[in-house]
Design a protein around this ligand. Structure first.
Ligand SMILES: Cc1cc2nc3c(=O)[nH]c(=O)nc-3n(C[C@H](O)[C@H](O)[C@H](O)COP(=O)(O)OP(=O)(O)OC[C@H]3O[C@@H](n4cnc5c(N)ncnc54)[C@H](O)[C@@H]3O)c2cc1C
Length: 424
């Protein structure tokens, strides 16, 4: 029997999970699966944690439980601190692991266009901690307003920066939370008067969608009472304050909670791995999703800059990461069977974003869907790609229950101390 080859899969996100799933039944391989968290996270539903609809456990599943019966997979929860490509080593602090093949799928982080100082005054939305922080801040703002209704307008004033899918989904769900779900919970305040502002630098929301769907989305949010500001750039952010550049000139607005949904950037480790990076510091990979000078190192998903056949870089979406994960796993298995590599080619199945209850926009296989039909498509796709039968069932039941009752929701505040006071 030949010696087994070691594959290290770095990251338990969309790309890493698909790679492990496609490799794990191959007994020629020993697979080491590393992530700094203990779970795979379904990021597209993070906004439902932030707006108190779902629980963290509904959209996260431990990597260990996914591979519990697979003997050739070892899960390690730790931070990857470095890679030595020449020695074929991954560093976890002092601990060093050797590999024959390495699949890097470490994703991206919230990006502030070089203005990292804005991070202090805003909440990003990239992981469970971010989502729980937004949920806590929102729920506390309602409680504080109930205690002192004279400042309710200041407290229930929320700004979301970024009119892509995350910003749209957050704005729609915070509107639903304040206008419908918690409206009858309070005695001294009217939560439906909460001010929700969505800011987008470009002329349209959802810039990557067909324009008819962008226009529809704007109208649908306006109907839900969201204040939509297009052609508006953020110039500066300080505590509870934003300076904006609008077509009419500069403007200052205030907000109790500022949510940053305007972009992501590469994780810092990319600069240590290679200097072959794109402008967003993602690693430039070849047509096989690997490094030219180190074909045994693959980079996939949000961490990679992959130029498609149309010469455009692929977007940072889960479908790209998943397809690349499966492709590089197949490449490794083919190579061990003495077969040649095949180039990666992305199959774009579409785009979707939800605006609220019974309302979403979707582009699927060239079809444009909106309203209830769009929402049904959105619901089906999000349940289909959710990992684990129990998670699918829990989410479906929660959605049916909240659809029928406008109730449910996860509105427990676990850390009632006001964040901003804590910072001081
Ligand atoms: C709020 C939000 C909404 C989104 N909505 C959609 C959507 O509707 N549709 C869509 O297609 N895409 C959506 N995306 C994008 C999609 O989630 C990403 O494109 C996808 O997660 C990328 O997969 P990945 O495997 O490259 O990275 P990720 O899924 O981000 O996984 C990276 C993993 O690496 C781990 N990691 C990072 N650094 C280290 C380290 N140094 N050591 C150890 N582990 C590390 C992280 O903990 C994480 O588990 C959304 C993203 C966000 C944040």
């Amino acid at each position: 029997m030949k010696e087994k080859k070691t594959v290290i899969v770095a990251g338990a996100g969309f790309g890493g999970l698909q790679a492990v799933k496609a490799l794990m039944r191959d007994d020629r391989l020993e697979i080491i699966w590393i992530d700094r968290t203990n779970h795979h996270l379904f990021q597209p539903l993070l906004y439902q944690i932030a707006s108190a609809v779902l629980s963290p456990a509904d959209i996260a599943i431990p990597a260990r439980s996914l591979t519990r019966n697979i003997k050739n997979v070892t899960v390690i929860m730790d931070e990857i601190t470095g890679i030595d490509k020449e020695k074929k080593e991954v560093k976890l602090g002092e601990r060093i692991l050797k590999y024959d093949f390495l699949i890097l799928a470490l994703g991206a982080k919230t990006g502030y266009f070089g203005k990292n100082e804005w991070q202090k005054f805003t909440s990003g939305l990239k992981n469970l901690n971010d989502a729980l922080q937004i949920r806590r801040r929102l729920l506390i703002s309602f409680e504080e307003a109930e205690n002192d209704p004279s400042v309710a307008a200041e407290l229930m004033n929320y700004v979301i920066v970024g009119g892509g899918p995350t910003g749209v989904e957050l704005a729609g769900s915070i509107a639903e939370l304040s206008r419908r779900i918690i409206k009858n919970d309070f005695r001294n305040i009217d939560t439906s008067k909460a001010k929700i502002t969505l800011i987008e630098a470009g002329p349209d929301l959802l810039p990557s969608f067909d324009r008819t769907l962008s226009v529809y989305t704007k109208e649908a949010l306006l109907k839900r009472g969201v204040n939509v500001m297009l052609n508006t750039r953020v110039k500066d952010i300080s505590k509870h304050k934003l300076t904006l550049k609008t077509l009419e000139g500069d403007k200052e607005i205030s907000a109790n909670i500022i949510i940053w949904a305007a972009g992501v950037e590469a994780v810092p480790i990319t600069t240590e791995i290679t200097n072959n990076l794109d402008r967003q510091k993602r690693i430039l990979v070849n047509q096989f999703c690997s490094l030219g000078e180190h074909p045994e190192v693959f980079v996939i998903g949000d961490m990679a800059a992959f130029k498609n056949s149309d010469e455009k870089f692929l977007p940072g979406v889960s479908a790209v990461a998943m397809q690349q994960g499966r492709h590089v796993a197949r490449t490794i298995r083919r190579e061990l069977s003495g077969k040649k590599r095949e180039p990666f080619s992305y199959v774009d199945k579409g785009n979707m974003a939800t605006i609220g209850r019974k309302d979403a926009v979707a582009e699927l296989f060239g079809f444009k869907l909106k309203g209830f039909i769009g929402w049904l498509a959105w619901l089906g796709v999000h349940l289909f790609y959710q990992v684990g039968f129990k998670n699918k069932l829990d989410i479906l039941l929660t959605w049916i229950w909240s659809y029928l009752t406008f109730g449910a929701g996860v509105r427990v505040i676990t850390d009632p101390i006001h964040d901003y006071e804590k910072d001081e």
